[in-house]
Design a protein around this ligand. Structure first.
Ligand code: FAD
Ligand code: DLZ
Ligand code: SF4
Length: 511
């Protein structure tokens, strides 16, 4: 009799997958909590707990639907702590005759599973994970023969192909992109909607992790775990976003303010990335809400959100599969510094960084502009090696999986890919941060000062970055103007700025 073993990875918790539409005695599923995954970077404690809790809930869901399932807990004696060792062991112990897995999202795991399939003597097959709008190679095929990978053209093609926000063959409401209506600062008196948080008791999982020497970062309140850990909670969070946040999502998408950790963001990246909900469900849900309340929800709020999902998210996945494994080695600026130690403690006098890092430690979450224009901006200005930065981002965020983390970090944020993802590096001085946030007013440093004890570090580091990388950037048409300003500056002023930057870089742990 044919006996099939099917592997379910921790980020493949898609209950709508066609695998589960029939129940068969001949099929057994396997899920495993393993050290190869908990230890490939230093993860946030909430990320490890969140994934284990969601895996356990998914396993219970499958079992209650009468599927055969083997679940290897972290501290099970027979757990060999890697996908391939456990799988080989199970295949021989239970005499499986066929092995199947869903295409993993990570290059490393993909390679491991391909190797395993070559090593075992039974037949095997990989199937689609039935989650994304696009297949792995779709972006590569779309840009075949083109010099650049312009997100906007990919996004438009996705809108047309999947008939999202379309009116015949034209974009709904006449324009593809309404970004110019977005990006407002949060007014000082504006009190954002309080985020929906869950109160999951995950203390049993924490206890198991604490029995091991797994190294994690960040904090957790294990009796009140805030993240969704099953499909029902994920859908509840999505509903909350559609009903409470969508109407201001675009407007305040890039806004930052102290002690407000999520503003009008959806916080559904974790649920989506481990596939408890699908991007199609997300787009359908918000579109229905807009149709119901179009008198209240302006179209630009909806379009801005849809672009993140069907545009950026699919685009990053496509870039990943098109560029890996070489992408992980790119270091366009040859940066080599280390991250300051306060990236792991939040203990810095820089208000914007203190806030972004502390909330990352407390929630395993920061929203896009905090990741891009606060932590990422500083790391790039400080010339930190992309490996250091990747590993920090891959660990600290609950939604961090390499396919979407590395493309955002090494690509969009660090420009280490020399312009595959972005057309210019995202760097700024204090003026942009002040424009988009309420951080500067109460900071030890002064946003308008460039030189001296109270000078905001972003100001001198910004010019130092342009000076240091002139040969690589001056010809970029989107940056040329900055070099005109730099060249026109008085030599004494330039020297003072570079000396100030040098002082800050040499003392970065004390900033
Ligand atoms: P919202 O602001 O509500 O956006 C809705 C959804 O759109 C997100 O859930 C996400 O799925 C998608 N999205 C938005 N921006 C992007 C983007 N640039 N790339 C891909 N999808 C996007 N996202 C991750 O999912 N995992 C990561 O590890 C990750 N690392 C990042 C690292 C850096 C340096 C930067 C600049 C961005 C990173 N992002 C990452 C993208 C983005 O910051 C997060 O998707 C977003 O903050 C998640 O929060 P949210 O669900 O509240 O998003
Ligand atoms: C991130 C993660 C962690 C921390 N632990 C596990 C685990 O124990 N078991 C598992 O199957 N998956 C885990 N994951 C998610 C995997 O790293 C992810 O499935 C692969 O990287 C493929 O994207
Ligand atoms: Fe950040 Fe500088 Fe503003 Fe302080 S003054 S919050 S360091 S940008």
């Amino acid at each position: 009799m044919k006996k099939t073993l099917r592997l379910i990875l921790g980020d493949q918790l898609n209950s709508n997958h066609s695998w589960y539409s029939t129940v068969a005695d001949s099929v057994t599923y396997v899920m495993m909590e393993i050290r190869s995954e908990t230890d490939y970077t230093q993860h946030h404690i909430q990320k490890v707990i969140g994934i284990f809790a969601a895996m356990q809930n998914f396993a219970n869901h499958l079992k209650s639907n009468n599927h055969n399932l083997i679940y290897l807990y972290l501290n099970d004696q027979q757990n060999l702590q890697s996908f391939s060792d456990n799988l080989q062991n199970l295949i021989s112990a239970h005499q499986f005759t066929h092995f199947e897995y869903q295409l993993p999202d990570e290059f490393r795991v993909d390679e491991d599973l391909k190797q395993l399939c070559n090593a075992i003597s039974i037949s095997s097959a990989a199937v689609d994970s039935e989650h994304f709008f696009t297949s792995r190679n779709e972006l590569g095929d779309f840009f075949e023969g083109k010099k650049t990978f312009l997100m906007e053209s990919f996004y438009r093609a996705m809108r047309k192909k999947h008939y999202v926000l379309m009116d015949g063959d034209k974009p709904l409401n006449g324009k593809w992109n309404f970004d110019s209506d977005n990006r407002k600062k949060l007014p000082k008196e504006h009190k954002p909607t309080s985020p929906l948080v869950f109160e999951n008791d995950v203390s049993a999982i924490l206890l198991e992790i604490e029995k091991t020497d797994i190294k994690t970062i960040g904090f957790v309140d294990a009796k009140n775990f805030v993240w969704p850990i099953n499909r029902e909670q994920s859908l509840e969070l999505l509903d909350f976003f559609a009903i409470e946040c969508l109407q201001l999502f675009g407007s305040f998408q890039d806004a930052m303010t102290p002690n407000e950790w999520s503003l009008y963001h959806s916080r559904i990246s974790f649920s989506m990335n481990i596939k408890m909900i699908s991007p199609k469900e997300v787009i359908d849900r918000v579109t229905i809400e807009w149709q119901k309340r179009s008198h209240e929800i302006e179209f630009h709020q909806l379009e801005g959100f849809v672009r993140q999902i069907i545009g950026w998210r699919e685009y990053m996945r496509g870039i990943y599969w098109n560029q890996m494994p070489d992408y992980a080695q790119l270091n366009y600026f040859n940066n080599s510094e280390k991250l300051p130690s306060w990236f792991w403690t939040g203990e810095t006098k820089m208000n914007c960084l203190k806030d972004a890092i502390n909330q990352s430690l407390h929630y395993g979450y920061a929203h896009h502009i905090q990741r891009l224009m606060i932590t990422g901006n500083f790391a790039l200005l400080a010339g930190v090696h992309p490996d250091e930065i990747d590993s920090w981002y891959l660990g600290i965020y609950i939604d961090a999986f390499e396919w979407v983390q590395i493309t955002n970090t090494r690509g969009m944020s660090q420009f280490a890919d020399g312009g595959i993802v972005g057309t210019k590096p995202y760097v700024s001085s204090a003026s942009y941060i002040d424009k988009m946030s309420n951080y500067c007013g109460s900071c030890y440093y002064k946003k308008a000062i460039k030189i001296g004890d109270k000078a905001c570090p972003f100001n001198s580091l910004y010019w130092n970055f342009y000076d240091k990388n002139e040969s690589k950037l001056a010809k970029n048409p989107r940056i040329g103007m900055m070099y005109n300003v730099w060249r026109k500056m008085k030599p004494d002023d330039k020297t003072a700025l570079l000396e100030q930057a040098d002082y800050y870089l040499k003392n970065s742990n004390d900033l």
